[in-house]
Design a protein around this ligand. Sequence first.
Ligand code: ZN
Ligand code: ZN
Length: 293
Amino acid sequence: MLVASCALGDEPTDRQTGSAADASGPIASSFLQFLGTKAGTEYVEYAPGESKCIFGYSMLYVPPNTVIDFAQDARDKMRHWGVSEERIDNVLFTHSHFDHFDAPTILSFARDRWEQFNRQTHAYASQTVFAALQEAVEEAGAAEFLKVTKVSVGDRIALADGVAATVLPSSHWTAPTPVHFLLEFHGKEILYAVDAAAPKEEGFAALAGHCIDALITDCTYLDGEVDPTKSGHMNYTMVCEFMAEIKKRGLAEASAPCYITHLISVDYAQAAPVARDLGLRMAYDGLRITVAP
Ligand SMILES: [Zn+2]
Ligand SMILES: [Zn+2]
């Protein structure tokens, strides 16, 4: 529930301030950071421009020790934004699509952490990713250093002091067994609905009794047309309806910001003002959402 003395905002990204050294203190741990914001278009080696851009596959850093989703470019994004591999003990998965889950990449990540830092990696995933990852772990003889836990809707995963994730149903029907997460982050509740189509009743029902402080959601197609019978994603209109419905039902603060991510290739400078006029905040690689005490 809302902690009235807290404020949510975003801050300009400075690559240097994302350094691993920063992640140790209480101030530096009071932000979430987008490590990638792109939809599942073609793979490109991670090399974003210096300005705000949408380049890497969607991924979220939840300090001090967790990331959500791990695609082929995951390690490159972490390196670029200064997220220490040593610290990332937990990886949560939303679903099995290639822009969110790549078994060889998380296996090599977990193996390197084990060899370099003697630390186990814990992966949390629903049935489809769980089964694929478990098989990969067995094949690679990786059980010693990569622990895979199957999660189901309603499970709550304690991640760190003041940080947890509850598994929610997902509307991303084009993937098998997808999930969303409700993050508890130092007294705030943040809904991570990526990827997402127009929500179903069960999505709202799962939020009963909560009051979301910020929403992060899929807006893959921006102002493009979406046929909801064919696509598992959203556009501006659908996200605005989703936000309005959540607020109408009292499941979020009236002032709760909505960040959009998982975007098709887009010129940030051109598109962000359009989103802002609709009441949405366009994420970009490296953007931090601060949770100030
Ligand atoms: Zn995706
Ligand atoms: Zn997907």
